[in-house]
Structures are given as C-alpha cells and as structure tokens.
Design a protein around this ligand. Sequence first.
Ligand SMILES: [Zn+2]
Length: 419
Amino acid sequence: MKAFRGEILSVPDDPAIAGPEAIRHFEDGLIVVEDGLVAYCGPYTDRLAEAEIERLDGLIVPGFVDAHVHYPQIDCIASHGEQLMQWLERHIFPAEKAFADRGHADAVAAFFLDELIRHGTTSALVFATVHAGSVDALFEAALARDMRIVSGKVLMDLGPDGLRDSVASGRADTEALIARWRGRGRLGYAVTPRFAPTSSAEQLADAGALIAAHPDVLLHTHLSENPAEIAFVAERFPEAADYLDVYDRFGLVGPRSVFAHCVHLGDRACKRMAEAGAGIAFCPTSNMFLGSGLFDLAQADRHGVRLGIGTDIGAGTTLSVLHTLGEAYRTCQLRGTSLDPFRALHFATQGGARVIGIGTRVGALLPGQEADFLVLDQGATPLLARRCAGASLHDRLFALQILGDDRAVAATYLRGRRA
Ligand SMILES: [Zn+2]
C-alpha cells in the first residue's frame, strides 16, 4: 500500500453537462493506492500514520490521455511548408518506411514513450506504421514501462511503394497482432486504416469485419481533416453522403470508433457520430500547423459528440497535452466559443479515456481505477509562479494550460509508482 497527500483535482464528468459537481477538488487530499489501484481518493484523513504518506508539492491531476498521436512521426515534428497531402508525401511516408527495420522502431518507441511520461501522459491511442514490427516495438516498450497504450498496424493497401500492404496481409498481420498481444500488460488493440484515401473498398470492408469479429478492439482513423483530402474522398466514393458515410458503409462507425480531426463535418455526420457513440480526437496544434482549419466545438456540443484531445505528433507541434489544451482554447476563441479550463482537463483525462475505450480503467482517480497521476508545478517558471500566486483554482488551472508545458510536470506516477 502507498499513500500520497497533496492538493488533488479531477474532473470525472463533463462540467458542461454535469455542472460544477463534476469537479472533484481536495485542497488537502489523500490518495491511497493498493496493488496499483486507487483504494481511496478524497479529503485527507488521519486513518494512516503520517510516516506512511508521501507528501506531493503541487497540483495532483489524473495522468493525461493523448487520444491521437503517431509515434513513428516524432522525428518529423516541425517539418516546414506543406498542407496535409503534400506533407504526407514529402515528410511522413519516407520516415515511416524506415520502420521496416525493427531496431529503428525499438529505438524510436523507447524515446517516444519516455517523452510521453516526461510530459505527464500515461495513456495514449497511437498510430504505428504499416509494419507489424512497429506495433511489436511499441507494445514491448509500453509493457516494460507499464503504460496503458492502445495501437495497431496501419492498413493502407493503396499506400505508396514501400508502405503498402494487401487486403490479405493486412488482415493476417492484424489477426496475428491481436492474438499475440491480447490480455498483456495494459495494452489494447486498434484496427487502424490510415484514412479512406489509402485503403481500397475491399480493405475498408475487411476492417469492418475485424471490428465485428473482435469486440475488445477499437477502430482508429482520420476524418475530414483537410479540404483537398475531403474532395479526393468525395470523388472516389460518389455514392456516399459524406466522408463519415464512407466509413459507415463499411461498418466502421460505432461506439468503439475514434476519428481524429473532424475539422470540416456537416451536421448530418455530427448527428450520426453522436447516435453511434463514436468519438472525436480534437488535435488543435496539428490543425493550426498544417492549416487544416478550426475544429468547431459548439457544433460537436450541439449534437453531443464525445471528445478527447490529441497531440497528433508529427503534424502536432508538442507532446504536451497541457500546452495542447492552451491551443484548444485559442481554436475555440477563433470560433467564438470559450473553453472552460475544467472542461478542458476533463477532455484530456476521463473524457479522452472514455473515447479510447479505457474509461473504466483510468482518467479520474476514482476508487478501483489505476493510480496514474501527475504533479503539476505551478512555480515551474517565474511567470507561472507570479500568475498563480494567490490565484483561484480556476485561474491556476487556466494559467497552467496557457503558460505550462513539460516544465510544469514535476512527476508522473504509473499505478502509484513514480516513473
Ligand atoms: Zn494523425
């Protein structure tokens, strides 16, 4: 058993729906951890001897959940000058080809996961590459670090030379990976067609069959990111009502589906996503960086679509979920909506965890959940310290989102153990 005393904040439900009761704040709080799980999280009580308790100086929040990120693209961050389709051709596809080499995949996976921990991210839904070995590399590294990671081999039978699978090999590799990794550590599998432009109709249908055959796996892909991409999809699938409908026709839209971006969705698609219980990964730094557009939170809210936050490295510009929340705020401002900092924290923790299918395991430090949390240092920089001094919880949390990044993450704990 372990116990931690300090100021604790978690947001188990969306405050826009549940109201202020969604916010759990204990100025002098206590977390008791047994076998890696939260046994108690609430106001400090003297039920334990002081000697057994570790004092944590800072604001304790649940570990961040990155709902969309590409580990093989970490070395392509800050690649200049293109929008989505040209950026993929020029920067991303060449980098992903290198993952045919397992040694390269191992080295990048290790660096990537260490960086996630350093940024306070304890769970993530991660794109690998078309190579099955890229998933083995990531899962082995995640197992060694005891992280909750969901990933899958990318399906792309219409991809460029050197990054193409076939319907048959895509299916066989996916089945083998699911069988090899099911039930190990804190890992989960996601059937991962890259996006509609890089898969044949046969492969998209196969992805639907894989989802139907395996009730414990997710569907993870991209949707409506960039106008040129959307036009390309509309031309290839003229019979579909819209981009989402392309996926829907192949059985890919349901409560286990996670769609990154969704910057340019019509109301029909939004309504359908809400009905199906599908989730969106909102990736503000990526959408700004590639000039893709501004995600419309008010539209998603009108239809009640579930939301998580994605850094989307390498189009994203930071692995910091904290900094990404600041960019989410700016995106919403440009759309005329104000994103509340408690709501933002919910999206980055329990909300995102629900979207990626791990919401009962992590996200809010509720009893029975895994004890993944981090300690935020409100004095990480002189300016942050000055802004937070004497400020309310609301103002401190917002300042952390606007001024904070990895420097504000003092420590990360995985199942109650400091990482
Ligand atoms: Zn992406």
